[in-house]
Design a protein around this ligand. Structure first.
Ligand code: HEC
Ligand code: HEC
Ligand code: HEC
Ligand code: HEC
Length: 291
């Protein structure tokens, strides 16, 4: 073996090792355990229980007896019907194009804590035997700590979005002004608002490849913006959620989960806030808006 070959072998080995170390490091950093969404007794964020449970998922999901009143994944909480949400669209900015739906979809799941109207340990199926309550209830004797909550409900800080969503980025809004539909992997229609990643625009204005994708999974039409060129939906992509607009069923909508992944707090050094794409250089915004 000549030195060049040996060199390349060493480089190869080093490369693999470095990748291995990176993987191990990011796998560790990516976990929900170290985030503000660990509300269990092991939580290290501002708010969590000091007496209750060391289970993490149970504050949001249950394997059995979940809430089926909205399209939310195995949701373990009551979904507030008392809150009357005020929508961004009621500000009537002259530039808004897309139809806006009542708050629903996955955004309801986020707001079942973030509108501040109900305790974060409201559960339909609390840990252990006999913990089921169809309308959702707080397990007895749980104790909360943290400056941004009162008796387990978010309060005070900006993380309590409240029911007034006029001052928040629109949600339940048709993607790109509406128009796009999907069938069997084909996206058709034109955007009413052309300044968005779409079948016609396949790269971000900061030069990343971004492909608007759709597919039928089971009988559900799904939409996403593929940012890692994998062709399949993944953690690095922007999720759009399927909802029914006046123009028809199966249309892509922007919801809280389009920008946020509630399980991963950080995707870059200046990037907390559970973003799907880093906020550095506004990459998250430019993953949809072509500006
Ligand atoms: C603070 C609330 C919260 C906690 C805690 C939480 N999740 Fe989730 N999870 C959500 C929400 C909201 C969604 C839907 C968001 C979306 O569309 O990706 C979701 C979606 C999921 C999904 C389907 C989408 C995906 O990302 O694969 C799985 C699987 C999942 N959660 C597993 C877990 C597990 C396992 C735990 C505990 C280790 C956990 N979650 C803890 C809120 C939470
Ligand atoms: C079970 C209650 C609960 C649910 C459900 C929940 N959150 Fe949170 N979230 C919290 C708590 C508690 C905090 C920390 C608040 C604080 O310290 O002020 C938080 C913080 C956040 C933050 C700020 C993180 C930071 O770095 O400061 C974001 C962003 C967020 N949540 C988004 C979401 C989104 C999006 C969803 C739905 C996909 C969601 N959350 C669902 C309880 C919840
Ligand atoms: C269009 C993208 C987008 C959508 C949709 C979105 N967010 Fe955010 N959100 C962000 C960004 C970006 C930040 C980080 C802001 C910052 O760095 O101050 C953020 C921050 C937050 C925070 C922390 C607030 C703060 O400044 O400390 C919470 C809580 C939150 N989002 C919850 C939600 C919930 C709940 C929804 C749905 C009702 C939602 N978000 C929808 C982009 C979005
Ligand atoms: C998931 C895709 C997506 C992401 C990511 C996103 N937006 Fe949006 N945004 C939209 C859509 C769709 C609309 C509604 C546009 C319309 O119908 O005119 C919108 C609306 C807006 C509006 C209001 C426009 C008006 O006419 O009132 C502003 C401002 C805006 N976004 C800024 C941002 C910023 C800043 C970020 C990053 C923090 C961001 N957006 C991230 C999809 C997105």
């Amino acid at each position: 073996m000549n030195t060049r070959k040996l060199g390349s072998k060493v480089m190869h080995w080093l490369g693999l090792t470095a990748a291995g170390v990176l993987l191990a490091a990011s796998a560790h950093a990516a976990g929900i355990t170290a985030t503000k969404h660990n509300l269990s007794t092991t939580g290290t964020g501002t708010n969590h229980v000091t007496t209750g449970t060391d289970q993490i998922c149970v504050f949001c999901h249950t394997p059995h007896g979940s809430n089926t009143s909205a399209a939310v994944p195995l949701w373990n909480k009551n979904i507030p019907t008392t809150a009357t949400y005020q929508l961004y669209s009621t500000l009537n900015t002259s530039s808004l194009n897309g139809e806006v739906l009542a708050v629903g979809s996955v955004s309801m799941a986020c707001l079942s804590c973030h509108d501040g109207t109900q305790a974060m340990d409201n559960m339909m199926n609390a840990p252990g035997a006999g913990g089921f309550n169809a309308s959702g209830a707080r397990p007895a004797g749980w104790v909360w700590t943290g400056a941004n909550q009162t008796a387990g409900s978010l309060t005070g800080a900006i993380t309590n979005l409240g029911a007034d969503l006029k001052n928040d980025h629109p949600i339940g809004i048709a993607y790109c002004g509406g128009g796009l539909t999907g069938a069997a992997g084909v996206v058709s229609g034109t955007c009413a608002d052309g300044d968005f990643i779409s079948p016609a625009i396949a790269s971000t204005s900061d030069g990343r490849t971004a492909t608007f994708k759709t597919a039928t999974i089971n009988t559900n039409q799904v939409f996403w913006i593929d940012l890692d060129a994998s062709g399949t939906r993944g953690k690095a992509d922007i999720n759009l959620y399927t909802r029914t607009f006046a123009a028809g069923a199966n249309r892509p909508s922007v919801e809280c989960g389009s920008c946020h992944d509630p399980h991963v707090e950080s995707k870059g050094s200046d990037n907390v806030m559970f973003m799907r794409v880093t906020t550095a250089a506004s990459k998250i915004c430019l993953s949809c808006h072509v500006k």
